[in-house]
Ligand binder design. Sequence first.
Ligand code: APR
Length: 228
Amino acid sequence: MERIVVLTGAGISAESGLQTFRDSDGLWNKYRFEDLASPQAWARDPELVLDFYNMRRKKLFEVEPNAAHYAIVKLEEKYDVQIITQNVDDLHERAGSSRVLHLHGELKKARSTVDETLVYELDSWELKMGDKCEKGSQLRPHIVWFGEMVPMIEPAAQISSTADIFIVVGTSMVVYPAAGLIGYAGNEIPKYYIDPKASHVGGISNLTVITKKAGEGVPELVKKLLSD
Ligand code: APR
């Protein structure tokens, strides 16, 4: 069975109603990530950081996967599909994808601040000061903040190197190491990039750029790949 690796970013969840980061209405055009998504921000004002992720988590409980998420699930009828996502939402899982690797963490999880192996599922949107792990330490969002290591990058690079087809959906490709994963895919394999503003990619062999929103571009590509 051929393997398809799909690298996704915030753009695949935009049509579900979740904000991206660098579009004109994006989160980093409204807030400074240095104040909300870094270890320094957490040390300076943990309640502000908790509020930021509570706001995003609350929204996540209100939205649904979109046609792009569901189309990727359909690919599993014919291919071994491995998703590598920069997103912290659970829309791929809720759409039914079976193999999802989160590079930047998961919004619906929290983790201990003294033992990072202690990770907990959150069943409601709110994580508060005073919510503690079993060792008595404050819980933090299970998110990879700017300046922190990306623990899943090695397995993600290994998976990318095994792709027979590599698809990129809805990412500005400006945040490393995630943006470098396409470089692990073989030069000779077909690669697809779906983004309405697909000006970010250059110098990539065998690349087909689909300048469309994910909700339209992904189902079209999936239909083609299922009929090949
Ligand atoms: N369909 C497809 N792509 C879209 C859509 C859509 N409906 N709407 C916007 N996009 C595209 C934008 O054109 C842009 O290229 O999605 C991309 C979103 O880029 P970013 O906002 O930079 O998001 P992303 O690439 O996922 O950011 C990477 O940065 O802040 C960190 O950790 C955060 O994981 C995030 C990382």
